[in-house]
Design a binder for this molecule. Structure first.
Ligand code: CO
Length: 646
């Protein structure tokens, strides 16, 4: 039996019933809230941190039967510590499980951002500190709420806090990040919604030059280029039906939640499984300044805020070019209302240049095929910064993830010409601090099935001698890593190290296990001291790859409830179980990122810099899987006349 949902319930999806892995529809979010509100343990005082699909087990999914819809719900109460972790059965309209975590803190909520700014601007100590800096019009002071970490500062213990930074906005819409107010931080108790403490580390002259990026402040623009239009007269080549996105030989389910933003499920090529689930599950931005005002800057944008609820509503023709399908994201407010971000997810195709080519130099016969890629993306704004996440699916079986970082770098005041050693002066009196953006992807691999094996591949030179008489020989040594304890690994360029996930039970036509190779992007070195307050909480950065045995509750590499955490319950603890991972259901975690040393060109708004990784088939197919692309000549392409080459 199929049921028809209201038009808004799966907007943008051509389907009649939710896929078992599709995100909760608005009606389901409302139902979950009503079920919780009706339970006397929670009632009207419950505030909702997150309401998301509790994904059905792999067993339930594979059984083919209807998977009962369940919601994961995190609750907290105003003015009280702790988080309730619930499973809500939508099928039976009951709270199926409830656990109270007294020491846990929720993510900082969207609604709290502006409330924190307001309470700081109205605080007498903060007003006095601003006055000492010559700032008396508090309406011009902008306060950004940062997560506070866990620094053991007396008086902060057990509190849910925001550590704030402030800037001055000279006039409406002006770029306030050009005017950092130095040495001033208010610490806000989020539960009590009051300023716990104002730290005045000493005033610094506020740089007052306007440095804007909004078009309204520009007198002139460079001459525009001629139009470049993406035209698909017959529409795009993908469809979304019953929650399944299919394009070319690919199929997958697109999910979305408040914490991770995009999630991809049941990724297949030609019907063959590659990954059960793939998403970005954590990121942390450690800043390198020892200045007491800035040493706490080590923000986990996914675990402490939630990237998904900060997603933009995308603009056709600006964010997204061509023939676009958008999906809305349905999330929840703290009060339990449905919070919809229209057009949060963009799905489209892009030309991807040539995919393969060969010219026989004897006959001058040429075979060439252009490739195309399917792109699934979203863009999230976290305070001063934008993170634009792109998943690419290539016709040769490759999967790529790209994270584009843009927005405004975080700024601090410095004396003109005298930036600190830990930053770069990007404009007179404005310093951008050295920092990193470390990302962690969780790749629940399922190469031709759940049971997979993790293999490290190192290239070695053959030792000189009879087996290498000309000194040129090298070979690849493959090592199966059989336990979690041994699977925390780092990039090694001296051996051209890479990793693959193979299915030891499936063979290709040369008798080798089918597999996918992880091609790391930028390998980051962490500069956080291992026992430092931030280093203890960012232990996932210590390796570039981790492999763990699948556990549906091991979702986040810095821990599930990691706001103010002390680091426990993270991926180091997952791996310390030392479970077997050979021919088992395994999860590959990849850590990569940007070592961001700001440039003058990064200000006032930073051109995109990007990082990411690739998963490419490695013995998965018997031949080039794109050999069957039909020859084609794009009829709309034109040879430019002599006017452009004069
Ligand atoms: Co940066």
């Amino acid at each position: 039996m199929t049921m028809t949902l209201a038009a808004d319930d799966h907007a943008g999806r051509d389907q009649t019933s939710p896929h078992p892995l599709s995100p909760l529809a608005p009606a389901e979010i409302r139902a979950a809230v009503a079920i919780v509100r009706a339970d006397p343990r929670f009632g009207d005082r419950a505030m909702f941190e997150t309401i998301e699909l509790k994904e059905p087990s792999k067993k339930a999914l594979r059984s083919g039967g209807p998977a009962p819809r369940e919601a994961r719900v995190n609750l907290f109460r105003t003015g009280e510590p702790g988080v309730w972790r619930l499973t809500v059965s939508l099928a039976t309209a009951a709270v199926a499980s409830a656990e109270f975590l007294a020491g846990a803190f929720p993510m900082i909520q969207l609604e709290e951002f502006l409330a924190i700014e307001e309470v700081v601007r109205n605080d007498p100590d903060f007003i006095a500190a601003c006055a000492r800096r010559g700032v008396t019009d508090m309406s011009k002071v902008c306060v950004d709420p940062w997560s506070a970490g866990n620094f053991g500062v007396p008086g902060e213990e057990g509190r849910h806090l925001s550590h704030t930074f402030c800037w001055l906005r000279l006039r409406e819409n002006e770029n306030f990040y050009a005017h950092p107010i130095g040495g001033l931080n208010a610490v806000v108790d989020i539960k009590a919604l009051k300023v716990l403490r104002v730290d005045d580390h000493g005033a610094m002259p506020i740089p007052m030059n306007e440095i804007n990026f909004e078009a309204q402040f520009r007198d002139s623009f460079r001459a525009p280029l001629k139009p470049l239009d993406i035209v698909q007269p017959d529409g795009p080549s993908f469809v979304i039906r019953d929650g399944v996105l299919t394009w070319d030989n690919w199929s997958l389910v697109v999910g979305f939640n408040a914490r991770e933003s995009l999630t991809l499920h049941d990724i297949r090529y030609d019907g063959r499984q590659i990954a059960h689930r793939a998403s970005l599950v954590e990121m942390v931005v450690p800043y390198g300044s020892p200045d007491p005002a800035h040493a706490r800057k080590n923000v986990f944008d996914i675990g402490e805020y939630g990237l998904g609820k900060l997603a933009n509503s995308l603009a056709l023709g600006c964010d997204c070019l061509g023939h676009i399908a958008y999906l809305d994201a349905h999330l929840n407010t703290m009060g339990g209302e449905v919070f919809t971000i229209p057009k949060a997810i963009c799905i489209h195709e892009e030309d991807n240049g040539i995919l393969w080519k060969h010219t026989d130099f004897r006959t001058e016969r040429t075979e060439v095929r252009r490739g195309r890629k399917l792109v699934v993306s979203c863009i999230c704004t976290v305070g001063n910064y934008e993170y634009a996440a792109y998943w690419y699916f290539r016709q040769d079986g490759g999967i790529e993830f790209e994270m584009k970082a843009t927005g405004v770098i975080n700024t601090v005041a410095c004396l003109p010409g005298r930036p600190s050693k830990y930053g770069v002066e990007v404009s007179p009196g404005v310093e951008g601090q050295l920092h990193q953006h470390a990302f962690c992807a969780r790749l629940d691999m399922a190469v031709d099935g759940d049971d997979n094996t993790f293999v490290e591949c190192n290239t070695h030179a053959e030792p000189p001698g009879p087996s290498n008489p000309y000194g040129n020989a090298f070979f690849v040594e493959e090592t199966v890593i059989a336990t979690e304890g041994a699977a925390g690994r780092q990039v090694d360029t001296s051996t051209q190290r890479y990793w693959k996930v193979i299915n030891p039970n499936r063979r290709n036509h040369v008798g080798r296990p089918t597999g996918y190779r992880l091609e790391p992007g930028h390998a980051l070195t962490t500069f956080l001291g291992p026992e430092s307050p931030s280093g203890r909480r960012a232990r996932f950065m210590r390796n570039h790859v981790w492999v763990t045995a699948f556990d549906p509750e091991e979702r986040y590499p810095a821990g599930e409830y990691m706001n103010h955490s002390d680091g426990r319950g993270d991926i180091v603890d997952f791996a310390a179980q030392d479970r077997p991972i050979d021919n088992a259901d395994i999860v590959l975690w990849h850590v990569f990122g940007l070592h961001h040393l700001p440039r003058t060109e990064d200000f006032p708004v930073q051109p995109v810099i990007s990082t990411g990784f690739k998963l490419i088939p490695c013995g998965f197919f018997d031949h080039n899987p794109a050999i069957d692309l039909p020859p084609a000549v794009n009829a709309a392409s034109r040879q430019a006349g002599s006017s452009c080459c004069a």
